[in-house]
Design a protein around this ligand. Structure first.
Ligand code: AMP
Length: 353
């Protein structure tokens, strides 16, 4: 069912992804209503409506559901039971969320879809961490099953003696132990899927991380990644299909010597797709709005010959005077308060013509 321009799109979550979704929606004539516990965040600043409420406030979500014609979410650490009150209006559905927010379920699901993931074991005690270390060998990385992002909730075990310290470092929480991959590069597949199964894919960005945080995405990817993109796309399409996903979905991969290995999935627009705002004919944000409102897919071709997106992390955003003075540089500043270390404050994109 088409949601026509003029309708209200609800966005659960008020960060920069919500901000860029709201800006793309406004261009198409929609109004956005944001629900977030924090007032005046990046998304609320550019949206027509705002509800301040906790994500598990069922009454507030019900009222929000009555006000909006369709709803979406912009991050995954959300209580599924509460979001279920939005029912059919929520796109993508909570199925995508349920799987993406638990790393063990996510890995098992990826494998059921026929895609290859890094070798892993679910662990919930120090003994299990030790057993996984013996089985998988070192190095391995422990990742909490829930609430990890940007490298948080992770600890490396480089030799068996590190097991106890790593288990303590992640707070002794249910986790997965994952084999460390000696990857050639990291890349992602950003895909948008419509309710009827149509889908659209962008060129795959190659992604560079520092301390678990994305620093740079480059399109086109390098020669070590290019031969792996076809298999990775097949995996991403299979995952989107199996989820019945509506909207943008991102699958992050390691380019290993044995081919593409899925690292994780995000049931949403993604930092590695920010370059599409200026670097592709249709951005990931506009495409997400098109998919959830059932408008036709937009073309995803490159505008020029490629693009490079760099995040502005922490006080890097203070470089804005020099950045806005660079001709042709696309500067995005998210309107966040304090520039704490590790916080994504903005990004810049250079389009290669
Ligand atoms: P994640 O939060 O799982 O995306 O991890 C953040 C970053 O840590 C990744 O983008 C990689 O750079 C690194 N990393 C995570 N898991 C592994 C792994 N199994 N092997 C090697 N590097 C990893």
């Amino acid at each position: 069912m088409t949601i026509p321009p003029g309708s209200v799109i609800g966005i659960v979550g008020g960060g920069q992804l919500g901000r860029m979704l709201a800006m793309a929606a406004a261009q198409l004539g929609y109004r956005c209503h944001v629900l977030d516990p924090i007032e005046d965040g990046p998304a609320a600043q550019v949206s027509a409506g705002f509800t301040r409420a906790a994500y598990d406030d069922i009454e507030a979500l019900r009222e929000f559901g009555r006000r909006v014609d369709v709803a979406t979410y912009e991050f995954e650490n959300l209580p599924v039971a509460a979001l279920d009150t939005l029912g059919e209006k929520l796109r993508p559905s909570t199925r995508s969320l349920t799987i993406a927010q638990d790393r063990a379920r996510e890995k098992a699901f990826i494998e059921r879809c026929g895609a290859r993931a890094t070798r892993w074991r679910a662990v919930s005690s120090l003994d299990e961490v030790r057993a996984a270390t013996a089985e998988l060998g070192t190095p391995i990385v422990l990742k909490t099953r829930r609430y990890g992002y940007d490298g948080k909730g992770q600890a490396w075990i480089r030799s068996p003696g590190d097991a106890e310290a790593a288990w303590r470092a992640i707070g002794e929480e249910p986790a997965i132990a994952e084999a460390g991959v000696d990857f050639l590069a990291e890349f992602s597949v950003v895909i948008a899927r419509w309710a009827d199964g149509r889908h659209a894919l962008w060129d795959s960005p190659e992604n560079e991380h520092g301390e678990g945080i994305l620093r740079r995405s480059t399109v086109p990817c390098s020669d070590s990644v290019t031969p792996l993109v076809a298999e990775a796309r097949k995996a991403a399409i299979g995952i989107a299909e199996a989820l019945g996903h509506i909207g943008v979905l991102t699958v992050e991969f390691f380019a290993s010597r044995d081919g593409p290995l899925v690292n994780e999935i995000a049931p949403r627009v993604h930092n590695s797709g920010h370059w599409t705002i200026e670097g592709a004919v249709t951005s990931q944000f506009e495409q997400h709005i098109r998919a959830i409102c059932d408008l036709p897919p937009g073309p995803t071709d490159l505008v020029g010959s490629g693009a490079v997106m760099d995040n502005l992390i922490g006080d890097e955003v203070d470089r804005w005077p020099e950045l806005v003075a660079e001709p042709g540089l696309h500067v995005h500043i998210y309107g966040k308060g304090a520039a704490r270390p590790g916080r994504k404050m903005g990004h810049v994109t250079r389009v290669k013509l």
